[in-house]
Design a binder for this molecule. Sequence first.
Ligand SMILES: [Fe+2]
Ligand SMILES: [Fe+2]
Ligand SMILES: [Fe+2]
Ligand SMILES: [Fe+2]
Length: 400
Amino acid sequence: MKFNLNRYLLGLSMAIDCVESELLGVTSQHGRRVALLAMRLARTLGMSDSQVFDCAALAILHDNGLAQENLTRPDVQRDRLRQVEDMPAHCEIGEENVSRFPFQGETSRAILLHHENWDGSGFFGVEGEAIPLMAQVIALADYTDLKLNLGETRPGKREQVLEFLRVKQGKRFSPRLVDLFSEISASTAFWLDLRHPFLDIALSQTMPNLTIEADWQQLLDISRVFGRIIDSKSRFTHNHSSGLEEKSARMAEYLGADPETIIRLRIAASLHDVGKLAMPNAILDKPGKLDDLERAKMMEHTYFTRKCLEGIPGLEQITEWASNHHEKLNGEGYPLRLPGERLDIWSRLLTVLDIYQALTEERPYRPSLTHRQTMEILNRLVKEGGVDTGLVKAVDRAFA
Ligand SMILES: [Fe+2]
Ligand SMILES: [Fe+2]
Ligand SMILES: [Fe+2]
Ligand SMILES: [Fe+2]
């Protein structure tokens, strides 16, 4: 089938931006600004459409390894997490994570090398033109936005940015790229495009329109990249999306679903909690019951999931399954309070399995529950009219 990779990336970029703004304290939309700037530089450098596309994808994904590195370093205080950005591991993890992403051409390990400095003082000591051009481009866009927030425009901003770049020209940044930046940033429009509400329009207009021939398996591979990022956000959910994916596939097979439905359910499961990337870790990792305000905040996550996915042509059904996992048959779920007749069997199944998966995982305020304890809770929900009786029975039989 034909699949629009742009819409997919832009939809999920919102979620990745949330991770970086929480971990690094950069203002939101950082990844998207880096992408726009990287594409403008790439175009001026004469890169082809497919290279410009790869630059944008790499820019959006550049710090995808951060959440995972954060996870492996529980000793690091949240307010000191900027330091995580100073660890080479997030480059290695990030590069490994995107190894199955359908880039259009050779990306020369640009994510691995996005912290290399022109003078060779970066993480891996690569120097000058030996640093792949795409990595040079992303490094400049990333660091400049991280330090100076290019989304905030005010009189004198261009001069301030150019001064910053000049000081680092030939040390941190490629001399040629600093000159190019000075050229392309002369217009007012350049700065306005980096700012809300112009950013999203500028991104879609600048990104080469890329429709790839993809099968569901490839889409699953890309979706798992995001599933991994989602799962790494909190140490309590480090297997959540992948666990749900496995259980959905097992149950769908048990219920006689065809192979295409099974693989599409796997994609929905990988992406179902993408909205959690927008939830603060203070809530996700809270070692106690959530208060009313926190619970209300948490209930926003499936709406974020819907908003990330619904603009992606071809994923309409997957969007429904992924976003409906907290809806209830009695219409008391969230965020849409959909009635039971609007919830098909696979939406219902993901709801039941999401509860099953979550209860059998450890949480900050309780240990993991056994199959029997989990079934007791699910059966209570059946009595309240929230979840599907037949599916709960089937899950009991299949997982007992
Ligand atoms: Fe980084
Ligand atoms: Fe960054
Ligand atoms: Fe959820
Ligand atoms: Fe979930």
